[in-house]
Write a protein of this length. Sequence first.
Length: 88
Amino acid sequence: MSNVHEAISQHSKKQHNHIQSFLKLEAKREAFIEEAIQLCVNSLPFDIDKINQVTKEMNRLASEGIVPTRRLVTKDMVQEFVNRKYRK
């Protein structure tokens, strides 16, 4: 019986760590997206490579279960967002 509790505890801990890793990556991704948006708003060149590098890490975690995938970001997506939100 004790082994079952230990196994459940280990599984829960593994899931918790998995989710925490995902949340850290999500925050990093959002910061990179915000940076790209601000550059775009100010008509400055921006890059999406850092965003998509983090996105790929997130999707790798998602392939292991319990966390969702995220879409890769294109420059057009950033531009369209800026046009909708800031340049009505």
